[in-house]
Design a protein around this ligand. Structure first.
Ligand SMILES: NC(=O)c1ccc[n+]([C@@H]2O[C@H](COP(=O)([O-])OP(=O)(O)OC[C@H]3O[C@@H](n4cnc5c(N)ncnc54)[C@H](O)[C@@H]3O)[C@@H](O)[C@H]2O)c1
Length: 248
């Protein structure tokens, strides 16, 4: 049984990742900014999961959580999944939203890795999986902060892979396509309200024009890819990106 920590674990993708690792026999720290939501998730898996409050953008919070987890045993798998979206044209993009998105989705994985790395190195084992996005390699208008952070996290992953290699630590990035979680549902709703687009039109505008499969990705399809990268089957894979996007 491995110890796994998932950030943003109360969200759509986070919940599916938690479920997959627990089904495969691991113990999962279900961490999220929203403790109550994390507790709701963890309660489903008595004895196999523990909910913890964690703000990935706050170094004190990150340090405390990592030390708490390490006190109980080695941390084998770290999944940096917390995220959020904000859409605006660059000239209208609020600076505080830019900062927030970078803090959660770029500085967050950096802080988590910074505090987990020494323990993983000491144990001589570790798997780090950063949830980037197809927006880590492509762009959509009005998502400057998101696209920049998701590109950045691929760079962070590559450096982590180089620094971890001698210590049997792998680091990889997963690039999901459109998954119908609250993060995407909000965007579809905003497009409907602001531009009068139906869900179908909004999908065609922000998703389908360049996706081969023309469908949403199921949360479980992303969780399976994350699990693969944390499994023994992926022991020689590091510094890579795995796109789970339906062909974007
Ligand atoms: N849904 C998609 O289509 C999609 C596509 C590609 C990538 N992603 C990425 O997948 C990840 C999960 O997204 P999701 O779709 O499940 O979104 P979601 O909104 O359902 O869940 C995100 C979770 O992150 C948590 N969170 C936000 N700020 C945090 C912070 N500072 N510290 C800790 N937790 C915080 C939220 O409370 C929430 O539970 C994100 O990194 C997102 O960018 C999602």
């Amino acid at each position: 049984m491995r110890n796994v920590l998932v950030t943003g674990a109360a969200g759509g993708l986070g919940k599916a990742i938690v479920k997959k690792f627990i089904e495969e026999g691991d113990f999962v720290y279900v961490t999220d900014l929203k403790l109550e939501d994390a507790e709701t998730v963890a309660q489903k898996y008595a004895g196999k999961a523990e909910a913890l409050a964690l703000n990935v953008a706050d170094s004190d919070s990150v340090h405390q959580v990592i030390e708490y987890v390490i006190e109980k045993g080695p941390l084998h798998v770290l999944i940096n999944n917390a995220g959020l979206q904000h859409r605006d044209k660059i000239e209208d993009f609020p600076e505080e939203k830019w900062d927030l998105l970078q803090d959660v989705m770029l500085k967050g994985p950096f802080l988590m890795t910074k505090y987990a790395f020494p323990h993983m190195k000491e144990a001589g084992i570790g798997r780090i999986i950063n949830i980037s996005s197809v927006h880590g390699e492509t762009a959509t208008p009005e998502k400057a902060a998101y696209v920049a952070a998701k590109h950045g996290v691929i760079g962070l992953t590559k450096v982590t892979a180089l620094e971890g290699a001698a210590h049997n630590i792998t680091a990889n990035a997963v690039l999901p396509g459109p998954v119908k979680t609250p993060l995407l549902i909000k965007q579809l709703k905003d497009l409907e309200e602001q531009q009068g687009l139906s869900e179908k039109q909004a999908l065609a505008k922000i998703v389908y024009p360049r996706q081969a499969m023309e469908r949403f990705i199921d949360e479980s399809e992303v969780a399976d890819g994350v699990y693969f990268l944390a499994s023994n089957s992926a022991s020689a894979i590091t510094g890579e990106t795995l796109s789970i996007s339906g062909g974007i």
